[in-house]
Design a protein around this ligand. Structure first.
Ligand SMILES: C[S@@+](CC[C@H](N)C(=O)[O-])C[C@H]1O[C@@H](n2cnc3c(N)ncnc32)[C@H](O)[C@@H]1O
Length: 307
């Protein structure tokens, strides 16, 4: 029996979910970082070396754990670098001075220069990235670009031809693009590809395909959030954000057209009318002569009750 290979210093950090493996520039929470490190460990469980793709890299903070990982042999970073991007939360997000040059300069502060040799960047939308030996065979992809359902779903579709047979697609801000994730599941079902999805703290999703599905089952499902609860919270977060954004913009919430059918509103109106009628009838009794005539008797009864 051979001796198992010694665990490297990097692997020890990965095993203990050391969130300082990310650079501070990453737009991820501490819980997100832990979830993403679990995903990285999951891909390493079925690949001795792996190729990483990332859609939406900003200043490169989420590239760092892979640039530092000796098992990661190649990285494809895809980001068309818009100055502003739409979002499911109902308002655009600005990325001032957004450029690959700025990202590379920031990365030089966090990783050894030699590791940058494995990084290939595309200032393009994923749909325009050509399949080639440099871009294909990705074992793990993180989708963290434009946070709208159509864009995230389009990213999944664009990545499918670039994935290795057996891979994991991870999503940051999975709560914002939850419908894209559900559409991706439906598409994989339609394509007859075995897959397994998990939703994890805070806002990380992962879909393992083929071999990746087994890795997700074994390594990530034990850390999964309750799916229905995650979806419910995602919806209410999006709806609240949309209303807040509309109020902030000073948009009046448009009144509903009078002609639109509102069965619940109609039922409430009918109930209010019935209550008004009952109230009027009671007031009538109170004002009646009989009511006034029996007042002394009612006072005696009240006094007797109070004894
Ligand atoms: C939330 S940031 C990414 C954060 C990064 N992953 C991190 O952890 O630091 C979103 C990025 O998506 C990029 N982006 C916008 N539209 C995109 C698209 N269509 N495809 C890929 N990236 C896009 C923006 O330029 C921005 O850098």
């Amino acid at each position: 029996m051979g001796t198992p290979p010694a665990t490297t210093a990097f692997e020890q950090r990965l095993e203990r979910l050391d969130v300082t493996l990310f650079s501070d520039t990453s737009q991820t929470s501490e819980a997100d970082r832990q979830s993403l490190l679990r995903v990285q460990a999951a891909v390493r469980s079925f690949r001795p070396t792996y190729r990483y793709g990332e859609i939406g890299s900003h200043l490169g903070g989420s590239l760092v754990p892979h640039l530092l990982d000796p098992a990661c042999t190649a990285i494809v970073s895809i980001d068309p670098r818009p100055l502003s991007q739409p979002d499911e939360r109902g308002h655009d997000f600005d990325y001032d001075d957004n450029s690959t040059a700025k990202m590379i300069a920031a990365l030089r502060d966090s990783v050894p220069e030699a590791s940058l040799a494995k990084l290939l960047t595309f200032d393009l939308d994923a749909r325009d990235v050509p399949a080639s030996p440099q871009t294909a065979g990705l074992d793990l992809v993180l989708i963290d670009g434009e946070h709208t359902d159509p864009a995230a779903f389009s990213d999944v579709v664009s990545m499918l031809p670039l994935l290795a047979q057996g891979a994991i697609i991870a999503f940051h801000d999975a709560d914002l693009v939850i419908d894209a994730i559900r559409n991706a599941e439906r598409m994989l079902e339609h394509l007859g590809r075995p897959f397994r999805t998990v939703l994890m703290a805070d806002r990380v999703g992962a879909i393992g395909i083929d071999d990746g599905a087994d890795a997700v089952e074994r390594h990530l499902v034990p850390h999964a959030a309750d799916r229905e609860d995650f979806i419910r919270r995602a919806r209410s977060h999006i709806w609240r954000s949309i209303v807040e954004a509309a109020i902030e913009r000073g948009d009046a919430l448009a009144p509903l057209p009078a002609s639109a059918p509102h069965p619940e509103l109609d039922a409430l109106r009918a109930r209010t009318a019935r209550l008004d009628a009952e109230l009027a009838a009671l007031r009538g009794i109170e004002a009646s002569t009989t009511w006034r005539a029996t007042a002394p008797l009612r006072r005696i009864v009240t006094a007797l009750r109070g004894r």
